[in-house]
Design a protein around this ligand. Sequence first.
Ligand code: FCB
Length: 445
Amino acid sequence: MATSFPDGFLWGASTSAYQIEGAVKEDGRGPSIWDTFSHLPGNSLGEDTGDVACDHYHRWPEDVALMRELGIGAYRLSTAWPRILPEGSGKSNAKGLEFYDRLVDAIMAAGIEPWICLYHWDLPQTLEYRGGWQNRDVASWFADYAAVTVRRLGDRVKHWATFNEPNAASVKGYGEGDHAPGIRGRMTALKAVHVMNLAHGLGVAAMRSERADLLLGNIYNFHPREPASEREQDEIAATMLDALWNRSSPDPQIHGTYPEPLAAEIEPLVQPGDPDIIRQKLDYFAFNHYTRTRVRHDPDHPFEVGTLPPPPGTPVTEMGWEIAPDAFRSVMIEAKERYSGDLPIYILENGAAFSDRIDADGRIRDEQRIAYLRGYLGAVQDAIAAGVPVRGYFVWSLLDNFEWALGYSKRFGLVHVDFGTLERRPKDSFHFYSELAHGATFERE
Ligand code: FCB
C-alpha cells in the first residue's frame, strides 16, 4: 500500500560523540568515563574501545557528504563534554569548540539542521573522580558546560537536548554496572537518577538565560516492560522496572514527581526546591525506542528485576531484541497521553542491528534492516493517524559505530564502516531511507 508522511515531516539520523569520533587524545580532549571503562579488561566485547571508532573527528567532511546524499533534513550529534571542558569544569578548550563550530557550519552548508545533545554518556573522568553523577555539584557543572556550548553554537543550532537516555546512563552506569563507570548498586543508581534530573533542570535554565530562541528538550527512552508471568513477584518486578526505566526522568521533569514505587526511596535525596528546578517547560518531546521486554523477579539484581529473551520463534534483531512495531505505536500514543500534551514529538532514535554481509559486487543487501524500518515507520504513520503529533523520525544510526559494551560487534548504520580501513559504504537501507527523505511515497508492508 503506497502512503505518504505529512508535509514537512522531518527525516533525520542520529549519532553520538564517543561512538563515532575517535581522536580521544587529540587537541586537548580530556578522558571520559567511557575511555577509562572501555580500557579496563572485560568491560567491552573484544576489549574494543572508542579510541578510533569511525574516526569521524578527521573524516567528518566525508560523513557530512554522506548526510547530504542521504537527503536528511536534520542530523543529531552529541558534543563531547571532555572535548569542550577537558577537566569537566573551569577552562574551556578552544580547539574542542572549534571542532564543533566547523562541523555545525558544514552540516548547515549541506542544507541540514544540526540538533545537539549535550550528554551522550561521556562524563569527563575528572568529574567521576569527584563522585560523578552521585555528586550534586556535577549538576551545576553540567549547566556551566551547557552554557559554554550554547554560547558558541546557539546562534546556529536551535534544537538542543540535555541528555540522551538519562535512564540508561543511571541504571546501566550506576545500577547494573555494565556501562561506564561500572558501578553496581541501588542507591547509587537512584542518586544518579536524581542528580541527572537536577542537571537537566539547571541545564535548561542556563541555556534559556544564554538565549531565548532555543528549542529545548530531553531524550527519553521508552521500553515497554511486561510481566513474564502472572506471578505476583513478576508483576512487582515489571512495575518496578517500568518506573525506573520509563518514568524516573519524564515524571519529575514534566509532572514534578517521582513515580511509584520509587518515590519514597528517592524522597531522602530530594532537597527543598529540587522539584521546581527539575520541572522546566520544554519545547518538544523526544524519545528513543527499540523494543519491548518481559520482566521477571531476579533476586540478584539491585532492583530485583530481570528480563527474559523473547520466546523462541519471535522475530528479533541481532541484539536479540524483539521486533514489535505495535509496541512502538502504543508507546507513541501513551507518550502523548502521559506527557507531551500539545508538544511536537520527535523520535530521535530507532533502528536495528543485523549482521551485514558485503556481497561480491560490493553491495550490502540489508533487507532485514529495511523490513524493520518499514514496520516501525508504519507504526509512526499509525500513531499520526491516531492523533499523535509525531513531527520527525531520526534513524539510529548514520554509521556503524562503537556499540558500548558490545564494542564493534553490532552494526546499526545505514552506512557500513570497515573498522580496519575506516572505509564507508552505504547499505541498501541507506538508499531506501534516502528515497523517503527525498519525498518518495512509502510502501507499507
Ligand atoms: C541507545 C543509545 C545509542 C545506541 C542505541 C543502539 O540506547 O542511545 O547510543 O547504543 O541504543
